[in-house]
Design a binder for this molecule. Structure first.
Ligand SMILES: [Zn+2]
Length: 654
């Protein structure tokens, strides 16, 4: 095969005898003469934001080499995996403008969705195109949003999710943005549009994604070059990475002393932490978060030799972390990391994943961060007793009605669970087992001093009869049926896995049990019910189980990260030693399913797998856990444990 370099051989050398149309094609696709890309960008590219009008290449030294490479006619593709707020979108915009000024053909500027594309067009692209004098001179008088026909080239900005958007003709120039959020397979589809282009450009700009995803493959296929700064200590070039590992000082990292900064509740006193914050380079040299020093170190930076020595230099991929970008404060990175780690400890990995992808520009491996499954521990020394928890805030009773298996000689019956809950949301089983009739259930409630308003019965099956029973006895109901798949909108605008309370009387077409009165609310007249009026709450099963397993696994997850944690650091379930074999069996009736490995079974939420046939007492406990969430006891305690309040939102809405 002829090296592509021969195409640019001086005229004195005999040219290979290619057909004239081939040479014409080459010339047509070669960029017209423009100044060096960096000089050009500094003069012509305006960012049009409040703080910086003109692009200043000196402020983003990590963008210079990728820009030069991408501008080189011989470079076919460039993949930049980089943190947020580090200017990587400028690479796309600068190239876009230079293509408009110098090339022919079609440009695709791809975003995850059409909404993202139009939003970006309105907020940035359109303004920046018009802010460049040369480009503005080529803009037609009237043009559509996201679609402009320039004299020699057409620009289409679009979402890749929309079917058909990637099916158009041969595309000469492609910019792919936010690829971490793209649907699988779309990157390949976008690339497929370039197979017939002589000098294609395929520019991919993104945060980190997931291990093994299309973005990761694209990065791995390229040269894999990492930004290195010039060390103030040894004057050698080192890669800067955020994570410090005690057993790998040769890799360097961001360090601070947590002794004396960590508060009893696990949060940090950042005023004490700041003076200890420093970057340790692989050679041992230290650097403080001094903007001038950091800028000088980065300005003398460059990209490493390819880690993928087998990649063609026409196929570049580069990366760097936020810790190397001198305009991003290290303290912000540390605080964000701490916040994310707190959520991770409780078994929720969304913040941690976001932190790694957006700040450390890494590819996230979900299986390495799956929540640990906790076992239901049994306290042998304790027996079930009416006294329950000493400082209980609430005694809850939950009933699950059963038709019974006729062939096993069973009659209808209830599974009943009574739990005490303290202010810290710790729960203790007070009673669990079967009761034969409605009357026995009511007697059991009385024997355990359960307030009627603190009793909830599952009315998912035998609905009419159970709702009538609840109404008669002043008890509440919960219900989860196939149609309750989505989330429920609440009056405050949030969406949750459980609905707002509805009075049972309106469900069974009876007058309210206690006195109610019409009141004016907004422009409407609505019924104001007494606090004791029996209510029904609908739920969806995925959210219900998520909340239950989140609480159940919290102790194991907290201890896995901090062996010195005490019961004050998590929420406990206290199970007396004399619980029934049924209780123990039911507790093991569901488990978390491994991600993306489970075949969908109808009626089973994706994230969980049902193991045993009978799950009644587990479901009763899950209903109790939902009531703790619903009455806000859970949210308050999560806030006290230093878990951010939005965690509950994420948990229930995601
Ligand atoms: Zn050094």
């Amino acid at each position: 095969m002829t090296s592509p370099l021969t195409l640019f051989a001086p005229p004195t050398v005999t040219l290979p005898s290619a057909a004239p149309w081939f040479w014409e094609l080459c010339l047509r696709n070669l960029p017209r003469e423009l100044e060096d890309v960096i000089t050009w960008a500094d003069k012509n590219y305006r960012v049009v934001t409040k703080d910086s009008e003109y692009f200043d290449s000196r402020r983003s030294p990590w963008l210079l080499e990728p820009l030069r490479w991408a501008d080189d006619p011989l470079t076919a593709s460039l993949t930049v995996v980089a943190p947020v707020q580090s200017g990587k979108s400028s690479i796309g915009e600068i190239l876009l403008m230079r293509w408009i000024l110098s090339a022919n053909g079609l440009i695709h500027y791809n975003w995850p969705t059409n909404d993202k594309a139009t939003d970006r067009w309105d907020k940035a692209t359109d303004k920046r195109l018009r802010a460049c004098h040369a480009v503005r001179a080529l803009l037609p008088g009237i043009y559509e949003k996201c679609f402009v026909k320039f004299p020699n080239i057409t620009l289409a900005m679009q979402g890749v999710f929309t079917s058909g958007n990637l099916d158009s003709d041969t595309v000469d120039f492609v910019i792919n943005e936010e690829v971490h959020a793209w649907e699988t397979g779309m990157l390949g589809k976008a690339k497929g549009r370039q197979t017939r282009v002589t000098f294609p450009k395929f520019i991919t700009l993104s945060n980190g994604g997931h291990a093994g995803d299309q973005l990761h493959q694209e990065y791995n296929g390229g040269t894999q070059q990492q930004f290195e700064v010039k060390c103030p200590g040894c004057s050698q070039h080192h890669i800067m990475r955020t994570r410090w590992e005690d057993n790998h000082p040769e890799l360097g990292g961001l360090r601070y002393d947590s002794d004396g900064c960590k508060r009893a509740d696990g949060t940090f006193d950042y005023n004490k932490l700041i003076p200890t914050l420093r970057y340790q380079f692989p050679c041992g040299a230290l650097m403080r978060d001094d903007p001038r020093e950091r800028r000088a170190v980065a300005a003398a930076g460059r990209y490493s030799e390819p880690f993928n020595t087998g990649a063609l230099l026409t196929n570049r991929s580069v990366t760097y972390q936020a810790v190397a970008c001198d305009e991003i404060r290290w303290l912000d990175l540390v605080q964000e990391k701490h916040q994310a780690l707190r959520s991770l400890r409780s078994g929720d990995d969304a913040d941690w994943r976001r932190y790694l992808q957006e700040r450390e520009a890494l590819f996230y491996d979900a299986d390495a961060h799956r929540p640990i499954s906790g076992v239901v521990e049994i306290t042998r020394q304790l027996t079930k007793n009416r006294a329950g928890l000493k400082d209980r805030a609430l005694r809850l009773a939950i009933g699950d009605w059963q038709q019974g298996y006729k062939k096993e000689g069973e009659l209808t019956h209830w599974w009943l669970l009574i739990v005490d809950v303290d202010k810290a949301c710790n729960r203790q089983v007070v009673f669990e087992g079967k009761v034969a009739t409605d009357a026995e259930l009511v007697l059991e409630l009385a024997a355990h001093d359960v307030r009627r308003t603190a009793c909830f019965l599952d009315a998912s099956k035998n609905t009419k009869a159970i709702l009538s029973f609840c109404y008669r006895e002043g008890l509440n109901a919960v219900s989860g049926i196939e149609s309750h798949r989505g989330y429920f909108r609440h009056a405050d605008g949030t969406r949750r896995y459980y609905s707002m309370e509805k009075p049972i009387c309106t469900e069974v077409n009876l007058p309210s049990k206690y006195q109610s009165r019409p009141v004016r609310k907004g422009g409407e007249v609505v019924m104001d019910y007494a606090p004791d009026e029996p209510v029904i709450i609908n739920y969806n099963k995925a959210g219900l189980l998520k909340n239950h397993f989140f609480l159940r696994d919290m102790k194991a997850n907290v201890l896995a990260n901090n062996a010195a944690a005490t019961p004050a650091d998590y929420i406990s379930l206290i199970v007396p030693g004399d619980v029934s074999e049924d209780f123990k069996k039911h507790m093991e009736s569901w488990e978390r399913a491994a991600r993306n490995t489970k075949l969908a079974t109808s009626g089973e939420p994706e994230e969980f797998r049902k193991l045993g046939k009978a799950d009644h007492l587990l479901m009763c406990l899950a209903y109790a856990d939902m009531i703790l969430d619903q009455c806000e006891l859970l949210g308050d305690q999560l806030a006290r444990l230093g878990l951010k309040p939005e965690l509950k939102e994420e948990l229930t809405n995601s």
